[in-house]
Every structure is written in structure tokens, then in C-alpha cells.
Design a protein. Structure first.
Length: 288
């Protein structure tokens, strides 16, 4: 198969691993920087060019789109979709997953738990909103936050008005979310490939921190998921239209609560911690 990995940097762990496994399986594999690709449309002729060469020969794409480049990445994936070239992540699923509100909206009718979450632009009744999400402390999250940047724990009324006003004046969209105290700074990352969870880890925030992201100093260990956690992860990935996904969940008194579904989950932390060859699972899925 002619496989194209769309990535900004050949040296990134996930890119390298996918490239390695694709080559090991005997595929003709290339990595191109999606920010250096050109999209050309004319009547019945959607094409992608890279270095002056058409990428029509490609048979499947593996997008690894960075969070700062979602718009360009999704536009490029769409251009491959117009040529009926299969993609590991569709443009629609990527856009949905990159917006925390859209993601929770896509899950709200499914049989999966989530922290109670509020979204508005109309703050005439801030106290009511805060009461609705369980009072203080509560969480404010920018819609496109990643790696814990743009996720805040709000402790009191003064802090709430400062942070809400700062976001409104910077025109930054955010959700207001119930703080799940009993998860005690831990969360679960379940890595879904196809209709299976192939690896899972529990991440614990460092002392004095509520965000368990490894990029915020969190530490992680391999765990076995319960049946309901496994089912929740799979249902969430499916509802998002993702065949490869990193589902983040909190453990709570009322069962697993989904925080977000990542469309381009990193392989480094989870492969090293669980010793699972996730890249190989992804390649097997693409082949099937
Ligand atoms: N509602 C919440 N209650 C308790 N902890 C939370 C809540 N939301 C987020 N967290 C913590 O903050 C981390 C980052 O939040 P998340 O929604 O996954 O955003 P990001 O995309 O930045 O990783 C989570 O992994 C979790 O540890
Ligand atoms: Mg997360």
C-alpha cells in the first residue's frame, strides 16, 4: 500500500513509530509536512501537490495534525476525501474532536457519562451557572485546550469574575464544568483502535495540581479497565466517528465521566508506559 503520513516533523515519536511499523509491514511509506502541501480545485479535479508533485498515487493517509494547525490539516484531509482516498481520521471527526463543546455535544445522547458542562456567551446569571455545575470549585476550559493549557480550576467568586471577563474580552470561547473532586487529580487515557481498547493508563497529577496531563508533570501507570470503562471508551470513539482515539475519562462515584476524545493521540507516553505496540495495531487496522 502507498501510505502517506501527514506530519510536521519526521522526528516526532508518534510519526517515527508509525513510519517504522508501516515499513516493517512492507508498505511504501512517506512523511510529508501538511503545511507545505497545496490544494488545487477545478472542475472534477481535486488534487494535492507537494514539492510540485501530485499526491494522486497515495492509497491511504495517516494524519497527525497538530492542535495549532487544525484548520489547515482538516482542509487537506478533506481534499484527500474528495479523491476517495481513505484516511485514518476524517476531516469531520478531527474538527469535532478539536472542539471540547462539540465533542461533548456529540456524546450527550450516547450512553456515556460526562461532567455536567455549561456553555454560554450570555453571563447575566453567572451565580446560577456556577450553582448549576455544583458551585466552587469548578473548571473553566477553553474549547481548543490541549495538554492541560487553557484548563483552570476556579476557587471563588472573585477568581470566577476575573477569569470569565478575561476570556470574554480576549474573545476566547470556553466551557464551564463541574469539578469532579473524587477523581483526586487522576484520569484515565484509553487508547482505542478499531473496536478495541488496546492500551490504557492512569495518570496522576503532581502535588498541588489537578490536571493529570503528562505535559503538566503528571505521572502514569498501566491499568486494566473495568468493563464499563472499556465500553465507555469504545462508545465515545464510535460516536465521534474515530477508529483511532485517545479517550480521557475521570473515575467517579457515578462511573466513568468522559472529558474529551483525542483524534490524534500521542503514542510516546502510552507505548512506553504500557509496553504495547500501538503503532502496529494502527497499521493492522489500516490494512484491514
Ligand atoms: N471536570 C473536571 N474535574 C476534575 N478534573 C478535571 C476536570 N476536567 C479536567 N480535569 C483534569 O484536567 C486535565 C486536562 O483536562 P482535559 O479536559 O483533558 O483538557 P486537555 O485537552 O487540555 O488535556 C484532565 O486530564 C484532568 O486531570
Ligand atoms: Mg486531556
Amino acid at each position: 500500500m502507498n501510505i502517506l503520513i501527514l506530519s510536521r516533523n519526521k522526528q516526532l515519536y508518534s510519526t517515527k513509530r508509525l513510519f517504522e511499523e508501516a515499513n516493517k509491514a512492507g508498505h511504501n511509506t512517506a512523511i510529508v509536512d501538511y503545511m507545505h502541501c497545496n490544494i488545487i480545485n477545478e472542475k472534477k479535479n481535486p488534487v494535492v501537490y507537494y514539492n510540485g508533485q501530485s499526491l494522486r498515487y497515495v492509497e491511504t493517509i495517516i494524519p497527525r495534525i497538530g492542535s495549532t494547525f487544525t484548520f489547515y490539516g482538516a482542509a487537506l484531509i478533506r481534499q484527500f476525501e474528495m479523491q476517495n482516498i481513505p484516511t485514518m481520521v476524517t476531516s469531520q471527526a478531527l474538527l469535532k474532536a478539536r472542539d471540547k463543546l462539540h465533542c461533548l455535544q456529540a456524546l450527550t445522547c450516547e450512553d456515556v457519562g460526562m461532567p455536567k458542562t455549561y456553555f454560554t456567551h450570555y453571563f447575566y446569571n453567572t451565580d446560577e451557572i456556577i450553582t448549576a455545575v455544583g458551585g466552587y470549585p469548578f473548571v473553566i476550559k477553553q474549547l481548543e485546550s490541549t495538554q492541560g493549557h487553557g484548563v483552570f480550576l476556579v476557587k471563588d467568586r472573585k477568581h470566577a469574575s476575573e477569569i470569565i471577563n478575561a476570556h470574554l474580552s480576549a474573545n476566547k470561547k470556553f466551557i464551564i464544568q463541574e469539578f469532579v473532586t473524587e477523581s483526586k487529580g487522576a484520569d484515565i487515557r484509553a487508547f482505542v483502535v478499531g473496536n478495541k481498547v488496546v492500551a490504557a493508563m492512569k495518570r496522576q497529577a503532581k502535588n498541588g495540581e489537578f490536571r493529570s496531563n503528562l505535559h503538566q508533570g503528571g505521572t502514569a501507570q498501566k491499568i486494566e479497565l473495568t468493563t464499563i470503562e472499556t465500553e465507555t471508551a469504545i462508545k465515545s470513539a464510535q460516536a465521534m466517528g474515530l477508529s483511532v482515539a485517545g479517550v480521557d475519562m475521570l473515575q467517579s462515584k457515578r462511573g466513568p465521566l468522559v472529558l474529551e476524545v483525542n483524534a490524534s493521540p500521542g503514542l510516546e507516553g502510552i507505548e512506553k508506559i504500557t509496553k504495547v505496540n500501538i503503532a502496529e495495531h494502527i497499521l493492522k487496522l489500516l490494512e484491514s
